[in-house]
Design a protein around this ligand. Structure first.
Ligand SMILES: [Cu+2]
Length: 144
């Protein structure tokens, strides 16, 4: 039972499945129902999870976020917005041309997420509830 043997158990997915159904003692066979044998089907640039950027509204009910400066790396960005105050808020992200690229739900006493693909540059974020941006619920998201 030494672990030093160079004994590579490689699942023979491609060519050795002709006898499937005979080996009932193969307790570790990869017999899930999904066909995931195609290892080259994913695009190279879809590198999985988004970067999470946290933003919160002032929990006491002031018309303010907890910061006016956010940073992220280029790629998928998830704005993780928390609003523990009794005042409804949302987060809208616009690029430098003023185009909305992401928008959360309007929430009260909960949290939500809005995801978008960010390119390097400067974005603005603000609350779209009437009067909130003018009161100071706005800031800059810098994407590097
Ligand atoms: Cu607001």
């Amino acid at each position: 039972m030494k672990a030093s043997y160079k004994f590579l158990v490689v699942p023979l997915a491609a060519g050795a499945l002709l006898f499937a159904g005979c080996g009932s003692d193969d307790s570790s066979s990869d017999s899930s129902t999904t066909d995931t044998n195609t290892t080259q089907s994913k695009p190279a640039d879809s590198s999985g999870t988004a970067e999470t950027v946290a933003l919160a509204a002032d929990p006491s009910g002031a018309l303010a976020y907890d910061t006016d400066q956010l940073t992220a790396n280029a790629g998928k960005v998830a704005i993780d917005f928390t609003n523990d105050s009794p005042i409804p808020h949302d987060v809208v992200i616009q690029d430098s041309a003023g185009k909305t690229v992401a928008e959360t739900d309007t929430i009260t006493g909960s949290s939500t997420t809005a995801e978008f693909t960010a390119k390097p540059g400067s974005y603005t974020f603000f609350c779209s509830l009437p009067g909130h941006e003018a009161a100071g619920m706005k800031g800059t998201l810098t994407v590097k």
